[in-house]
Design a protein around this ligand. Structure first.
Ligand code: ATP
Length: 250
């Protein structure tokens, strides 16, 4: 399968199996959502896929490349990009500069040239990629604005832009709708749809079930470290188990 294939993923914290043998497909050309109550293990799984957290077993394969055991920067270079729930922009840099950071990490950049600070022969490509991403996300008019001065929703878009500028094959988003208003959520949904339509594999960890049903092709319900239900988002969200778990939440 093109996209991300997760098999038998495990992560324990002492006696707690936070991720307890998860199989998950994140196909190219689709938005895949991972939902579940607080403490289900979603964020832990996310970190195990990016390499930010160690695993106790299982594999993460992107396309034909086994990424298991690689550190985050090598997974990024192999084609995974991600954003966290907590916004991590360079606040003093402009919107364009933030996005350019991602573009400079585009796959295939000659490592030695980067390390030696030599001129990147593809500087024009970096500039073009930055411009294209700003344009796609409707951020061109804000290119020269310091990122730290923007409202939360716009900052999230800038983070998404930085991730996209790296030209990933798989994009992982941890609660991207958090802190956004309805208008911004609709806009984000539209952007994610077109990105998936262009062939990106997107994994969304999300609490906002309306957003999930609006944007995802498939949803997986995770509970106590395991995926218990998978299917069309509206079916998974409406299932008795999901309704029971989400009573009283968000
Ligand atoms: N570093 C850690 N050390 C010990 N326990 C941890 C650690 N990280 C997570 N856990 C535990 O693992 C379980 C899964 O947590 P995780 O944050 O992955 O859940 P989640 O589904 O992302 O929840 P939320 O939706 O609230 O973010 C929880 O019981 C949590 O307390």
């Amino acid at each position: 399968m093109t996209g991300l294939v997760i098999r038998g993923l495990r992560r324990r914290f002492g006696g707690l199996a936070a991720v307890d043998g998860v199989d998950l497909d994140v196909p190219a050309g689709a938005v895949t959502a991972l939902i579940g109550p607080n403490g289900a293990g979603k964020t832990t799984l996310f970190h195990c896929v990016t390499g930010m957290d160690a695993t106790d077993g299982g594999t993460v394969v992107l396309g034909d490349r086994d990424l298991s055991g690689l550190p985050p920067h090598l997974r990024a270079r192999a084609g995974i990009a991600w954003t966290y729930q907590r916004i991590e922009l360079f606040a003093g840099m402009t919107v364009a500069e933030n996005v350019r950071v991602g573009a400079e990490n585009r796959r295939g950049r000659p490592l030695v040239a980067g390390l030696l600070g030599l001129p990147d022969p593809r500087r024009a490509a970096v500039r073009a990629a930055t411009g294209a991403v700003l344009d796609r996300l409707g951020l061109s008019a804000l290119a020269d604005v310091p990122a730290g001065t923007l409202p939360t929703g716009t900052m999230r878009l800038v983070e998404l832009g930085r991730a996209l500028a790296a030209a990933p094959a798989a994009l992982l988003l941890d609660e991207p709708a958090s802190g956004l208003d309805d208008h911004q959520i609709a806009r984000l949904a539209g952007v994610l749809r077109t990105l998936a339509d262009d062939g990106l594999a997107i994994l969304l960890v999300e609490h906002d079930l309306r957003f999930v049903t609006a944007v995802a092709d498939t949803a997986h319900l995770m509970v106590s470290g395991r995926v218990l239900l998978s299917g069309r988002p509206e079916e998974v969200v409406a299932a008795p188990l999901a309704r029971e778990l989400y009573v009283g939440e968000a």
